[in-house]
Design a binder for this molecule. Structure first.
Ligand code: NAD
Ligand code: UD1
Length: 375
């Protein structure tokens, strides 16, 4: 079956967001709705809350036709078939997945089953309904431990260190193979660096269940007094202050990157030249829709150390964040940041927000919602 063409007005396009009730998906839904796209969110709420959907409506004013929410699991084939039967989905922005690195080493079967099995189920149903346009949430983790900074898209995928990272590498490969076998497919692999921050309204943000694994949610909960002190994992790395350096990116910048990727697939932006750097580019439909595999880093290109994050957060919340130096965390690398010129040149996308703003927005969300969506 021919693929859906995308070079239409946003109002004429329906975008399916599996996992759209989660942290990055909810912010992306806001950016899509603000630009007039219709959004269908499918989420099993395993790591999110229905309250996020109400908040998306509150921010955007979207009605029931512009934003649809379906509580369902992407592994549930009949339920997915119903989604595609009831809504004319033009493109998928795939967020659904389990994402805790440590947990994935304990529960590899659950991670491969949910992330890879779930995606395959969904893509098969999508194909049956003639939708072969996919934007996929990948991660800088696919570059592996040995890569040199800045990470550029043409680097070969490296050796992943855990099942979570492997599901990202596998799905990159799987989606590329779809295109190589059938050049109707249009795929964009977005490699996120470290998303943090929250919508400026303070109404949506990251709401981890239990004790956070990642730096910013941990720091934010120390700032509200929910956690006692931050453990800084190692201060003997070969970095200016000895602590790990990461490329933190505001989640709203990241969300806008998805809209740009969609416009790029539709042929509305981009140079029209073969894009190279880890990407295949295939035929272009009569309406301009691109086919192929585009690979883009979404980061700022700037590294910030753990202690610099602590200092920026102290400024944002107005008081000290107690911390103690601990041993290095196994599997961590010293420095990670993106080369961002490809996304700039091809998607016309450059991150706007700095680390101060990321911390201010995280703080607004965390202080207004100390228990996340549970109130
Ligand atoms: P999140 O956990 O907040 O969102 C993922 C959503 O998927 C959740 O709402 C969860 O309930 C849902 N989900 C999981 N399995 C499902 C299933 N079988 N069926 C239906 N829904 C399901 O995570 P996030 O931070 O918003 O991340 C979104 C995506 O981006 C994930 O795939 C993640 O691996 C990827 N990613 C995240 C980061 C990050 O730092 N947050 C970095 C790189 C990549
Ligand atoms: C983690 C994941 C990575 C995923 C990325 C998405 C691990 C090992 N890696 O990356 O696969 O793609 O999130 O954002 O989980 N830190 C502390 N104390 C803490 C928490 C973190 O010092 O309590 C330090 C870490 O050592 C690291 C930095 O903060 O130097 C960032 O850590 P984190 O937020 O967990 O992200 P990554 O490890 O970069």
């Amino acid at each position: 079956m021919a693929n859906k063409e995308l070079n239409k007005k946003p109002e004429e396009l329906t975008i399916l967001l599996p996992g759209g009730a989660g942290y990055i998906g909810s912010h992306t839904a806001v950016e899509l709705l603000d630009r007039g796209y219709k959004v269908v969110i499918v989420d099993n709420l395993s790591n999110s809350s229905k309250v996020a959907i109400d908040r998306i409506r509150q921010i955007t004013g979207a009605n029931d036709e512009q934003l649809v929410f379906i509580e369902a699991d992407i592994l549930d084939r009949p339920a997915m078939d119903k989604v595609f039967t009831n809504y004319s989905v033009d493109a998928i922005i795939m967020f659904a997945g389990l994402k805790a690195v440590g947990e994935s080493t304990q529960k590899p079967l659950e991670y491969y089953w949910n992330n890879v099995g779930g995606a395959l189920t969904l893509f098969d149903v999508a194909r049956e309904h003639g939708c072969k346009n996919v934007i996929f949430s990948s991660s800088a983790t696919v570059y592996g431990e040995e890569a040199q900074v800045p990470f550029t898209e043409e680097l070969e995928r490296g050796k992943t260190t855990n099942p979570y990272g492997e599901t990202k590498a596998m799905l990159e490969r799987i989606l590329t193979d779809f295109y190589l076998a059938d050049d109707e497919w249009s795929v964009v692999l977005l490699r996120y660096f470290n998303p943090i921050g929250a919508h400026e309204s303070g109404l949506i943000g990251e709401d981890p269940k239990g004790i956070p694994n990642n730096l910013l949610p941990y720091v934010a909960q120390v700032a509200t007094g929910k956690l006692k002190e931050l453990g800084v994992f190692g201060n003997d790395y070969p970095t200016p202050d000895g602590t790990g350096v990461r490329d933190f990116i505001h989640v709203v910048d990241l969300a806008v990157g998805h809209v740009k990727a969609l416009e790029w697939m539709a042929g509305k932006i981009g140079t029209g030249e073969p894009i190279g750097r880890g990407s295949y580019q295939g035929p272009v439909s009569e309406d301009g829709t691109r086919h192929g595999v585009g690979v883009f880093n979404l980061g700022t290109g700037k590294g910030t150390s753990v202690l610099e994050v602590v200092a920026a957060f102290e400024k944002a919340c107005g008081h000290k964040i107690p911390y103690a130096i601990k041993d290095r965390r196994p599997g961590d690398i010293a420095v990670c940041y993106a080369a961002c010129d490809k996304a700039r040149d091809e998607l016309g996308w450059v991150a706007q927000y700095d680390i101060a703003r990321m911390c201010e927005d995280t703080w607004r969300w965390q202080s207004g919602n100390p228990n996340g969506y549970e109130g």
